[in-house]
Ligand binder design. Structure first.
Ligand code: ATP
Ligand code: SF4
Ligand code: MG
Length: 386
């Protein structure tokens, strides 16, 4: 009775098709309420702000190339490499979600899937819903022309290395103006004025003069500011920032993070902030998603992730980061082993070969995401059964 649930519950979960085959076999267990909820996509049907972006069960794979005869460990040619597996998360309007994970965990592929810029050989399944007020559309099913209109206007992206994203033989002001002209019916003169205005908003001094510079005449930090100006000039609802500060030195990194935070609050921008650096993510994100080997292993508020991590991988990452309380006499924690290669993923929990808490069941099947507290999810039934 949905109307009764609506009166008494803050959040209503709607369950369907829970079968025994979906249970995770820890001891003589049946599907518990918590586990059953964990099997469902993370959607809020009442009492919370609707998502602006909702990624549901996203899978990205690549066909395996034929093995070279001299490589005994080369992969089976009939296999598909699963680079991103069953990824589900959402971002509310104006919210910053940090996406962290070590190199190769699938962060950039996820952002490229949202922008629909994956290479043509990638296999993609799942849904990417974008839009507000019940007007969401599945980006994967949009005609190319509609997607082109959306990209750069409602969803914009900034990359790690601006030099590869900027045109080296075009003045930076003209590049920002081009982004305006691609989406708005304005004259060239108006677009040029808007470009200079956007450069002022990202605190580029003498914007009128610098607009006539070429990318090579600007420092790395200034080039990243140009990228940000280009991304926000059309007032997008969602900004995807893929490692936007990784190529910069620490002081410039601080300035760019401050600038992104200012723009985010000024324009109520929703942001998917991607980084391998937990410290950077903790500065900008309200919620954090942790990826490991193509899987979402933990999702929660910044407080959940940094103060009560519920997945052994997240705990390991945090133990490896020094803070003011760290005792210098004790070596920092490390996570033994390496991320498994895509062609040799374990059948169960991807972290199992490196996990000190593993039990026999961990190697058998992929553990489900479990809601360990309201809005805090972790893919580890063992740690969270305690
Ligand atoms: N075109 C491709 N063909 C085959 N495999 C690919 C392709 N693009 C990416 N991959 C693989 O998919 C995995 C995820 O890549 P992705 O670039 O998303 O990682 P990432 O988390 O962004 O890492 P980094 O922090 O290094 O940027 C990697 O193992 C990568 O080698
Ligand atoms: S499911 Fe098992 S192997 Fe995976 S993180 Fe939890 S305890 Fe470790
Ligand atoms: Mg990347």
């Amino acid at each position: 009775m949905l109307h009764l649930a609506k009166q008494f519950g803050d959040t209503v979960y709607v369950l369907r098709n829970i079968s025994r085959s979906e249970t995770y076999g820890l001891g003589p267990s049946r599907v518990t309420w918590r586990q059953a909820v964990a099997l469902m996509p993370m959607r809020c049907y009442h009492g919370c702000v609707p998502a602006l972006l909702e990624v549901r069960n996203l899978n990205i794979g690549f066909a395996m190339s034929a093995p070279k005869p001299d490589r005994a460990s080369a992969p089976n040619p009939t296999q598909t490499l699963h680079a991103v597996r069953d990824l589900t998360f959402s971002i509310r309007p104006g919210e910053v979600l940090g996406l962290v994970g070590e190199s190769g965990s699938g962060k950039s592929l996820t952002s490229l899937a949202i922008m629909r810029l994956l290479p043509p050989q990638a296999f993609v399944s799942g849904e990417i819903l974008f839009g507000e007020n019940g007007q969401s559309q599945n980006l994967g099913a949009l005609p190319d022309e509609s997607m082109r209109r959306l990209r750069g206007s409602q969803i914009a992206m900034i990359f790690q290395e601006p030099m590869t994203a900027l045109n080296p033989v075009m003045r930076v002001g003209d590049q920002i103006a081009e982004a305006v002209l691609a989406h708005r019916r304005v004259s060239r003169r108006e677009a040029a004025t808007m470009a200079v205005e956007a450069m002022k908003q990202v605190a580029i001094p003498e914007s009128d003069r610098r607009a006539r510079d070429y990318p090579h005449q600007l420092s790395g930090g200034m080039r990243q500011r140009i990228m940000i100006a280009m991304a926000v000039v059309n007032r997008p609802q969602l900004l995807i920032a893929d490692e936007p500060t990784t190529a910069l030195d620490v002081t410039i990194q601080e300035q760019i993070l401050g600038l992104l935070a200012d723009l985010q609050s000024k324009f109520s921008l929703a942001m998917l902030f991607i980084s391998h650096d937990l410290a950077v993510v903790s500065q900008v994100a309200e919620r954090v998603a942790v990826m490991y080997a193509g899987n979402l292993v933990e999702l929660g508020t910044k407080r959940d992730i940094f103060q009560s991590p519920a997945h052994p991988y997240t705990r390991g990452l945090l133990e490896a980061v020094p803070n003011l309380k760290t005792d210098r006499a004790i070596p920092l924690g490390t996570i033994d082993g390496t991320v498994p290669p895509l062609h040799a993923m374990p059948p169960g929990c991807a972290f199992e070969p490196r996990c000190a808490l593993r039990v026999r069941e961990c190697a058998r099947s992929m553990p489900p995401l479990i809601e360990v507290s309201a809005g805090h999810w972790a893919r580890c039934p063992v740690l969270n059964a305690k």
